[in-house]
Design a protein. Sequence first.
Length: 210
Amino acid sequence: MTAKQKRTGLVEVYNKLLDQFGHKHWWPADTPFEVVAGAILTQQTKWENVEKAIKNLKERGCMEAESLSRVELEEIEEMVRCTGFYRQKAKRLKDISTFFFKNPDILRKPVDELRDVLLSLNGVGEETADSIVLYAADKPRFVIDAYTRRICRCMGIKGGYPELQALFENSIPQDVPVYKEFHALIVEYGKQFCGKKRCTECIIVKNGKM
Ligand code: SF4
């Protein structure tokens, strides 16, 4: 597949998914810091579990960097237990909330600088960093998750995180709302089709081929 075919293929996928699901208006959060916390909590779990943990944090008045940074680790563990790996995630939340409290203007940094800073934090990998850059800071970095990799594989597109990210960013307009929408649509499709092995109904590839 040529680079042009890959780019055209991704634009077609975007249009098909938008037709299928409509606008997702992701990420559902009241504040940028809620996106940050959600990006940590969503690692290796379903979003429904994240919602429960966010509700717990909000009910205890801990959904701000300052308040969360001051809560005892054991208390955070209790509030996020429903998301699995809760000890690890509680520590990550404590660390990142302390960092955001001490660096309140961090999200205003230029996109590459912000991404590098985020990647230096405990428990923040590329997908988490880019989720924060895109959905909390409103800056254009495309998020590559497991469903994105799976769909790309089915389309015959190979590559690691940076290669896939560059391909998406070169295929669609550099536009924050479009990046947000496309990633949300991929996640929705992944949950409803790929995750449920509905490959015979796939609207992206037929019999494993474009
Ligand atoms: S539904 Fe199946 S064939 Fe279609 S993209 Fe997902 S995993 Fe691939």
